[in-house]
Design a protein around this ligand. Structure first.
Ligand SMILES: Nc1ncnc2c1ncn2[C@@H]1O[C@H](COP(=O)(O)OP(=O)(O)O)[C@@H](O)[C@H]1O
Ligand SMILES: [Mg+2]
Length: 281
């Protein structure tokens, strides 16, 4: 089932000289984990914001084309309605918190109160996400005292508690250490296995290669390519878009070791290791 359909999306911020997004079209199936890559200013965040309707409803500006999320045309529905289907974790977690709640627990409860969830279910959901994001120990802390990493976990927990069918995450692990980042990726991947559709902008190509079903390569507001991680990272012109493939791919490219019977290079450690061991025999 197609969960997201984007057709000829064009968007220019007010006062900007050029379009931030230009003629973007793609489709996403339910339960896919889509990685969004591209150098700074390529349009990743703007694309994320457009999937939840902040573009154009909040940012205004010149908008063309259409986005359907679960059959709902974003441009014709208010953000409040789209938010029931699509959750977003912002690039900067500090912009995510309400600013009005005194504890981490109450901050997560905030969104759930707004949708009128019964107290028992609310408590159940909050307990679950506190555990999944490993922030049970700070549930009584003030959101204003958190580190960047804790704030990022809180932002993800708040959105996960809403149980959106589509989850948009804009560089959600930028403040986390490698172990924390791995944990968060695994949590999100598990949601995708359960049927949640995931769109994630991310700079860590090893993680994107490991967890994405398909990858979107953006450059100057255009969708250059939308394909499997192997196809995207095997492109010979990848550097032209300011993107470096996973380190495993770089090594295999240098040694000209392709996946068996294909014209693509491996993108994960497990695949690269297997092929490199094979060449030693
Ligand atoms: N609020 C804004 N107002 C005007 N221009 C913006 C705004 N946010 C982003 N842009 C511009 O839109 C383009 C895409 O930016 P962005 O979506 O943030 O890219 P990325 O997330 O890939 O770094 C850039 O040229 C950026 O300067
Ligand atoms: Mg961004």
């Amino acid at each position: 089932m197609k969960k997201i359909i984007v057709n000829g999306l064009k968007y220019q911020y007010p006062q900007a000289d050029v379009r931030a997004l230009n003629d973007i079209s793609f489709e996403v199936e339910q339960g896919e984990f889509i990685g969004i890559i591209g150098k700074n200013s390529s349009g990743k965040s703007t694309l994320c914001q457009s999937l939840v309707g902040l573009v154009p409803h909040f940012y205004k500006g010149a908008y063309g084309g259409e986005i359907l999320v679960d059959g709902l045309e974003v441009k014709n529905h208010p953000i409040s309605e789209i938010a029931l289907k699509v959750g977003i974790v912002f690039q900067n977690p500090f912009t995510q918190i309400s600013g009005s709640k005194l504890t981490v627990y109450d901050e997560i409860a905030f969104g759930l109160e707004n949708i009128g969830l019964p107290p028992a279910e609310m408590h159940e959901r909050i307990t679950e996400v506190l555990k999944e994001l490993d922030i049970e120990d700070i549930k009584d802390h003030s959101p204003f005292t958190l580190s960047g990493g804790q704030m990022q976990r809180l932002a993800i927990a708040s959105i996960m508690a809403m149980k959106p069918e589509i989850l948009v995450l804009d560089e959600p692990t930028s403040q986390l250490d490698p172990a924390g980042s791995e944990e968060v990726f695994k949590t999100i991947a598990e949601l995708s296995r359960q049927g949640v559709t995931v769109m994630m902008a991310e700079h860590n190509m090893e993680k994107i290669a490991q967890f994405s079903n398909r990858v979107m390569l953006l450059h100057e507001g255009r969708l250059i390519d939308y394909d499997t991680p192997e196809k995207i990272f095997s492109r010979v012109d990848l550097a032209d878009f300011g993107v470096e493939p996973p380190v495993y791919t770089t090594v295999c490219k240098a040694l000209n070791i392709k996946k068996n019977g294909s014209d693509v290079y491996p993108v994960t450690l497990a695949e690269a290791e297997m092929l490199l061991r094979g060449t030693q025999r």
